[in-house]
Write a protein that binds this ligand. Structure first.
Ligand SMILES: Nc1ncnc2c1ncn2[C@@H]1O[C@H](COP(=O)(O)OP(=O)(O)OP(=O)(O)O)[C@@H](O)[C@H]1O
Length: 240
């Protein structure tokens, strides 16, 4: 499988503090990969660095063989990285339609596509984003990013503040979209059980370092690894 996204020896952080160290990570064509780990492990920092909001101090980041390091966030987005941040970054005073319009010049055509993926949004187009439920806001955040037809979708903590039944539905929608479009996905998730159901392969970070990389089945069968994915315990130190 050819890599859509490849990080090699990436170190990144805030000022002199490295929050992620020496990370090697790949996401293949059409692959759904999870980035797991406890609070403060460096997951969000990794996504921010891929999308150009932070610059790596070492290592490389490539999208389809093109170097992303040093590029501004809008360039990275134009090259095909779609980032759905933890805070969703919606314009809460604007309507659903206007939020979507900001992501595309061909809204009329794209609306059909978006509402086929997220049917709820069809009847909410004229409602202000701030008046949507948490699940609807997450759908809008996903839709606004997908409308730009990214090659890879980075999703940060989709489950944050949502009922498990809504999260399950959102994961189902992402699975459907991924199968339909062949999109690659890198998702950061604290809800490990939910992530394992959606991903083929996962990376587990702890204190900024990768402590496991491998197939979901391997993680599922290893209680110490699973605990580490939730809590960052040091029961394991090798990659599989
Ligand atoms: N703006 C910042 N300035 C300085 N340090 C920061 C900043 N943002 C995050 N950090 C630190 O970087 C480390 C990694 O944080 P990061 O947000 O990437 O972790 P995370 O795995 O996404 O955690 P969570 O699941 O809690 O969001 C933490 O120690 C955090 O305190």
């Amino acid at each position: 499988m050819s890599a859509v996204l490849r990080l090699a020896g990436m170190t990144s952080g805030y000022g002199a503090v490295a929050a992620v160290r020496d990370l090697d990570l790949e996401v293949g064509e059409g692959e759904v990969v999870g980035l797991l780990g406890p609070n403060g492990a460096g997951k969000t920092t990794t996504l921010l660095t891929i999308s150009g909001l932070l610059q790596p101090s070492r290592g490389s980041i490539e999208l389809l063989g093109q170097d992303l390091a040093g590029r501004r966030p809008h360039r990275v987005a134009r090259m095909g990285v779609g980032h759905v941040p933890e805070d969703k970054s919606l314009f809460y005073q604007l309507t659903v339609r206007d939020n979507l319009a900001l992501g595309t010049r061909t809204l009329r055509r794209d609306l059909d596509q978006v509402t086929s993926w997220f049917p709820e949004l069809a009847r909410l187009l004229n409602r202000k984003a701030g008046l949507l439920s948490g699940g609807e806001q997450q759908m809008l955040a996903l839709a606004r990013t997908l409308i730009r037809r990214p090659r890879i979708l980075l999703i940060d903590e989709m489950s944050m503040g949502l009922a498990p039944i809504i999260v399950e539905r959102l994961f189902g929608m992402i699975g459907d979209i991924q199968r339909e479009t062949g999109l690659s996905v890198l998702l950061v998730e604290q809800h490990v059980a939910m992530a394992l159901g959606a991903c083929e392969r996962v990376y587990v970070l702890n204190h900024g370092q990768c402590m496991f990389e491998g197939a979901v089945q391997v993680l599922r069968k290893d209680p110490a690894l699973l605990e580490a994915a939730y809590l960052g315990t040091s029961a394991v130190g090798q990659t599989a």
